[in-house]
Design a protein around this ligand. Structure first.
Ligand SMILES: C[S@@+](CC[C@H](N)C(=O)[O-])C[C@H]1O[C@@H](n2cnc3c(N)ncnc32)[C@H](O)[C@@H]1O
Length: 203
């Protein structure tokens, strides 16, 4: 589901970029390590700032990055123009990476989700696709917004998200093993009941 105008403003703000650079990326590196030399995919890449961090901070050598919103992919193309040899951008759906990039099973060493799966009506299908494109030992880095946060009056007033079947932190973590994604407590950080950061490994 596409973002509304308010969320687009927030996501494209300098504050969001600072949070992603100085808090989220270091936290995820701390939880799951870097991906030096890796070929990885980012789902819901937005304006491509996360993609740049995946190159710079995680050390990936190639990133495929997909977003449903053509306007966000245009922003990402501008931001990442000088990395075009290492980045492939596509308008597409995170639940079908074959359509976006021709991704075969086990094609990527890691999948990155910076706050996007809560936008997907069939979020379990997104997890199924994440697991499909990872080889055994591949890592899934996630930052997610839970049903608890989405139900807050401020969130409901400002942003649009699918209304049905959103997940709590516990429900998201409990779903991972159904797709062959193993997560341990020490690989997860929760911020209240609202935000969830972690890394799962394909088994
Ligand atoms: C909250 S924004 C996060 C953007 C970026 N990852 C960040 O952290 O700044 C969610 C993004 O997911 C995209 N999106 C929503 N549903 C999607 C889907 N099914 N497949 C791919 N991208 C999707 C939206 O267009 C939007 O750019």
């Amino acid at each position: 589901m596409l973002m509304n105008r308010m969320e687009t403003l927030v996501v494209n703000s300098a504050t969001r970029r600072a949070l992603q650079r100085w808090y989220e990326a270091p936290l995820l590196v701390n939880l799951g390590g870097r991906t030096p030399g890796g070929r990885v995919v980012e789902i819901g890449c937005g304006s491509g700032y996360g993609t740049k961090l995946i190159l710079d901070k995680f050390g990936a050598v190639r990133v495929d990055a997909v977003d449903l919103d053509p306007a966000m992919i245009r922003r990402a193309q501008r931001r990442l123009a000088r990395h075009s040899g290492r980045v492939r951008l596509a308008v597409g759906d995170a639940t079908d990476l074959r359509a976006a990039f021709g991704a075969e099973d086990g094609d990527y060493e890691a999948v990155f989700d910076f706050g996007i799966i809560h936008h997907i009506p069939d979020w379990r299908a997104a997890l199924r696709e994440v697991a499909r494109v990872l080889p055994v030992g591949g890592r899934f880095f996630f930052e997610e917004v839970t049903a608890t946060a989405l139900a807050r009056p401020s969130f409901r007033a400002l942003f649009d998200h699918p209304k049905e079947d959103r997940f709590t932190a516990g429900e998201f973590l409990a779903e991972l093993p159904h797709h062959g994604l193993h997560v341990a407590d020490r690989w997860v950080t929760r911020i209240g009941g609202d935000y969830l950061f972690g890394v799962a490994r394909r088994v």
